[in-house]
Design a protein. Structure first.
Ligand code: C2E
Ligand code: MG
Ligand code: MG
Ligand code: MG
Length: 288
């Protein structure tokens, strides 16, 4: 019976989760054009330092303005880019844009670090690592890389060595989506990471669940014991922010403070609200 159930289930699960090889190839081909023709852009979501009440950094989230399909979210094309051999080109594009945008922020007097999401696959790609280091070294840009722990599991020794190289040239490493994937305390201890981002899975229901506050509090304590700063992603309510503050969470990010916005909107946000971010006024203005 068990074998029968397995036989019945495996293909069904596969069909539901995978977009299909043909579909992935089509997306990858279109994405190649999108990179060449400047159809991609970056949206920035601020990370706010709770105690200092200021924006310390912003995360760059890629978007695709497709000529016929409209705005395509990254969840619909990052997987195809990884499978289609395009994630390196896409990420190099992202790094170049982030360096330019970071320069614009600096020029406007805003000392913000820009964090870029780096697919795990790239941590084992030496050509990518060389290109990224060459672009960033000497650019003067303050950057950070967000990586998931799962991305280290494939080839831990080379991933850890490459992360160390990035850290050595001043890139701040953040562990993304902590708790959502295959979290291993063994890797957590070895990664040269300065930030740990608690996945929004544990944050969006923080004040309506019994267990999430316990998980979040123990994760904050663990990160602090390892001398990392903690970022909560998916902060949507004032109640969640209040609880995270009491728990000693260092930084928050979420729709409560701001959705991902254009660079111009981020510059405006900094001009108008730079130092009193978590005020009612800010939220009313920017989340309207
Ligand atoms: P992520 O890095 O964990 O980014 C957080 C996602 O949560 C973003 O979705 C963001 O818009 C969303 N989010 C932020 N605040 C809230 C909130 O308060 N509530 C809720 N419900 N959601 C919130 P997005 O922009 O669709 O990005 C999805 C994922 O795509 C990212 O997850 C990241 O893993 C990936 N991604 C985005 N840009 C890039 C990129 O340039 N390269 C790579 N490799 N991956 C990227
Ligand atoms: Mg991220
Ligand atoms: Mg995340
Ligand atoms: Mg996440």
């Amino acid at each position: 019976a068990l074998a029968e159930a397995r036989a019945a289930h495996v293909p069904i699960r596969h069909d539901v989760s995978a977009p299909g090889a043909h579909e992935a190839r089509r997306i990858a081909a279109e994405l190649r054009t999108a990179i060449a023709e400047d159809q991609l852009f970056l949206a920035y979501q601020p990370k706010v330092h709770v105690r200092r009440q200021e924006i310390g950094s912003a995360e760059a989230l890629v978007r695709w303005q497709h000529p016929t399909r409209g705005l395509v979210p990254p969840g619909d094309f990052i997987g195809a880019a990884e499978d289609g051999g395009l994630i390196d080109a896409l990420t190099v594009w992202t790094i170049e844009r982030a360096i330019a945008d970071q320069g614009r922020l600096q020029a406007a007097g805003h000392d913000l670090r820009i964090f870029i999401n780096i697919s795990g696959q790239l941590l084992g790609d030496q050509a990518f690592v060389e290109t990224a280091c060459r672009l960033i070294t000497g650019s003067g840009a303050k950057l950070g890389f967000e990586v998931t722990e799962t991305s280290v599991i494939r080839d831990p020794s080379s991933a850890i060595a490459n992360l160390q190289r990035f850290a050595d040239i001043g890139i701040v490493i953040a562990i993304d989506d902590y708790g959502a994937g295959l979290s291993s305390l063994a890797y957590l201890k070895q990664l040269p990471a300065r930030e740990l981002k608690i996945d929004k899975l544990f944050v969006t229901q923080l004040t309506s669940s019994n267990r999430d506050p316990l998980i979040v509090r123990s994760t904050i304590d663990l990160a602090h014991a390892l001398e990392m700063e903690v970022v909560a992603e998916g902060v949507e309510t004032q109640a969640a922010l209040a609880l995270l503050t009491v728990m000693g969470c260092d930084m928050v990010q979420g729709f409560l403070i701001s959705r991902p916005i254009s660079l111009d909107a981020l510059l405006l946000f900094m001009e108008e609200d730079g130092h009193q971010l978590v005020s009612q006024d800010t939220r009313a203005t920017f989340n309207a």
